[in-house]
Design a binder for this molecule. Structure first.
Ligand code: PLP
Length: 499
């Protein structure tokens, strides 16, 4: 058994021995079974693993140690803002007053939660320069859908039924074109300008009476602030279209740039990125959407309202007929929203501005140091993340971005985002975030420097990396297409087969 296999260990089922158990449970009364209606009785006992309590504790503790987490190390995954999430926000989200609240209790009994949601909407509206915010969407992608459905409702309300296109730059996150088509629009992809920014002339040429909206990510997924934004937004509005901002990268601009004031009509915010919710495991998240004056009537219902007496209530069904309706059950992912509220209150306005400034500073520091080792295609200052490329390294040594990323695992780092944005060859999208110390950033650079030296001296070492992780290179396509998610006992000649 290799060290790595030992770390993975046998499954809990393989550890099972008949009759073994943990804890001492008092014997049930003699007639316990007779008291359960026959229809609810199992025909056979459940096939549960039989292990002692320490075996159980060790099994799950070891499993948890296989995870790489921002609580254990540097996690520079670009576009995802994997920043450290203060534990006080976890404490707030676990307060029984929030966790034990039944979603169907009447408004009089949920005043505290309603007030929190109402205040959070106000804070996010202020941060984004928007008129109002809905907290319903469950993630950024659903926020996009909510925003674009409101855009559709706006055009239809004006009798403008010809607008069937959404313009999206080619550097956008894949959720942008997916959103446009889910909402029934055709996506028109617009190439980026050579400096990585949006190509305003190409946008102008594509804009017209068929354009419903443009979706702009700012700062872009290349980590760049759009330098010709005002020109672009003027052109969009002259064409009668609306401007959607993908606000996933808000961590770079808080307190410095308000998208609503700049002319964006609608924007989603990934609170699990900017406002402190752990999201490496795939959720849950939340994707609040802010709107300007034009889209106000179309916000999802029910909204949280505050009466003249200071009491809070949810809108009644049908109270606002222009609404696009409900996007998510109840008030959205409230636990995530409590974390966001706690984070915003703990930082305050000046603290949030400092967060963004530090995120930008850390990214520019790292970019300057990485430029000695890898290609850095865009020379102008970056925002909270930057794109590097190992294209030159590939030409010199045959080493690809994937090899560099896998080798970083051996050095104890989570790899950055790779092969995204699609517009940059052999891309690595690196986002250090504001929460990392300069010492950590320097250690990351040291690791990259060693890896580049290894690429020249011993490329095979990189092609076969990682060497110290519990599993090596996975077949990611098979893992996605034929997920094997359940353990099954195997006998004799059986081979593992996917469920
Ligand atoms: C993360 C991200 C999204 C999607 O957000 P989810 O919350 O993952 O659904 C959209 N656009 C950009 C630029 C992103 O980084």
């Amino acid at each position: 058994m290799t060290a790595a296999e030992d770390r993975l260990g046998p499954t809990i089922f393989e550890r099972s021995r008949p009759g073994r158990g943990g804890g001492k449970v008092p014997h049930p009364p003699a007639d316990a079974l007779a008291r359960i209606p026959a229809g609810h009785l199992r025909a056979a006992g459940p096939r549960l693993p039989e292990v002692s309590e320490p075996e159980l504790a060790r099994h799950y503790t070891k499993l948890s140690q296989l995870n790489y987490a921002v609580d254990t190390g540097f996690y520079p995954l670009g576009s995802c803002t994997m920043k450290y999430n203060p534990k006080i926000d976890e404490w707030a989200a676990r307060l029984p007053g929030f966790t034990a609240l039944h979603p169907l209790v009447p408004d009089e009994l949920s005043q505290g939660t309603l007030q929190l949601l109402w205040e959070l909407e106000g804070a996010l509206a202020e941060i984004g320069g928007m008129k109002a915010v809905t907290l319903q969407p469950a993630a950024g992608a659903q926020g996009e859908l909510t925003g674009i459905l409101m855009v559709r409702a706006y055009h239809h309300s004006r009798g403008d039924l010809e607008r069937c296109e959404v313009l999206v730059p080619d550097s956008a996150h894949g959720t942008n074109p997916a959103t446009a088509s889910m909402a029934g629009f055709t996506t028109v992809s617009i190439p980026s300008a050579p400096d990585g920014g949006v190509d305003v002339e190409a946008f102008r040429a594509a804009l017209g009476p068929r354009t419903a909206a443009v979706m702009i990510t700012n700062p872009s997924t290349l980590g760049l602030f759009e330098s010709r934004l005002c020109e672009l937004l003027d052109a969009v509005h002259e064409a009668g279209a609306l401007a959607y901002m993908d606000g996933a990268n808000l961590n770079a601009i808080m307190g410095r740039f308000k998208p609503g004031e700049a002319g964006f009509d609608v924007m989603h915010i990934n609170v699990h990125k900017t406002f402190s919710t752990p999201h490496g495991g795939g959720g849950p998240g939340a994707g609040p959407v802010g709107v300007g004056e034009k889209l106000l009537p179309f916000l999802p219902s029910p909204r949280v309202l505050r009466g003249a007496d200071g009491r809070f209530r949810l809108e009644a069904p049908g109270e606002r007929p222009t609404s696009i309706g409900r996007m998510r059950a109840f008030a959205g992912n409230t636990g995530v929203l409590v974390r966001a509220y706690a984070y915003i209150r703990a930082n305050g306005g000046s603290g949030l501005r400092e967060v963004s400034e530090d995120a930008v500073l850390a990214a520019n520091y790292l970019k300057a140091r990485v430029a000695d080792l890898l290609d850095v295609p865009y020379s102008r200052p970056c925002m909270h993340e930057f794109v590097a490329s190992s294209a030159t390294l590939k030409t010199q040594t045959g080493i690809r971005t994937l090899d560099v990323a896998k080798r970083l695992i051996d050095y104890g780092f989570h790899p950055p985002t790779v092969y995204f944005p699609l517009t940059v060859e052999e891309a690595l999208l690196i986002e250090p975030t504001e929460t990392e110390s300069i010492e950590t950033l320097d250690l990351f650079v040291d690791a990259l420097r060693s890896i580049v030296a290894e690429a020249h001296a011993n490329p095979d070492l990189l092609h076969s990396a990682p060497h110290g992780s519990p599993v090596r290179r996975l077949d990611e396509t098979a893992a996605a297409r034929q997920p094997n998610l359940r353990w099954r006992a195997m006998t004799g000649s059986q081979t593992p087969c996917p469920d």
